[in-house]
Design a protein. Structure first.
Length: 137
C-alpha cells in the first residue's frame, strides 16, 4: 500500500542552499533504494516536504527526518493512503527561495511557514507540486 505524508518544519539557523543540496544528494540515494519519491521546498527558513512510497520505508524516513537536527517545530500536516504517487519522476525534487516565482507564491497566498490554519494538507500538496513540477525561474 502506498502512503503519502506532508510536513512543515522550521529549518535550524545556518541551514542554507548548500545543506539543502546535501539533503537532496543523500535523499536521492536512499529514496531510490526504497522506492520513495517526493518534493522538498526550503522557503523563508521553512522546509515543506511531500514524501510518498510504501508505508514501512516511508515511516522509517519520517522517523529519521524528525530526529534530524536541521529540523525544528516539526508539524505533520497530512498522512494517508494514495493510489498513485504524485512525483513519479522525482526521487526528491528540490526548490529553494529563488526557484519559486513571486507570482506562484502570490497565486497560493503564500506566507512563510504556511500556517496550518491557512494551508490544509491538500493545499500544501498543490503548492509543492506547483513549485517542484513547474520550471523554475
Amino acid at each position: 500500500m502506498l502512503e503519502q505524508v506532508i510536513y512543515v518544519s522550521r529549518a535550524h539557523e545556518g541551514v542554507d542552499a548548500h545543506q539543502a543540496y546535501d539533503i537532496i544528494r543523500v535523499s536521492h540515494n536512499r529514496n531510490s533504494r526504497f522506492g520513495l519519491t517526493g518534493g522538498l521546498l526550503l522557503l523563508d527558513g521553512y522546509f515543506v516536504q511531500v514524501l510518498e512510497g510504501d508505508r514501512f520505508h516511508l515511516h522509517q524516513r519520517l522517523a529519521s527526518i524528525r530526529a534530524d537536527p536541521r529540523h525544528g517545530d516539526f508539524q505533520l500536516r497530512w498522512q494517508g493512503p494514495i493510489d498513485d504517487v504524485c512525483f513519479a519522476e522525482e526521487w526528491m525534487a528540490l526548490r529553494l527561495d529563488d526557484g519559486v516565482s513571486p507570482a506562484l507564491r502570490e497565486s497560493f497566498g503564500y506566507v512563510p511557514g504556511l500556517p496550518e490554519d491557512r494551508f490544509s494538507g491538500p493545499q500544501l500538496l498543490s503548492f509543492v507540486l506547483a513549485c517542484c513540477l513547474s520550471p523554475s525561474d
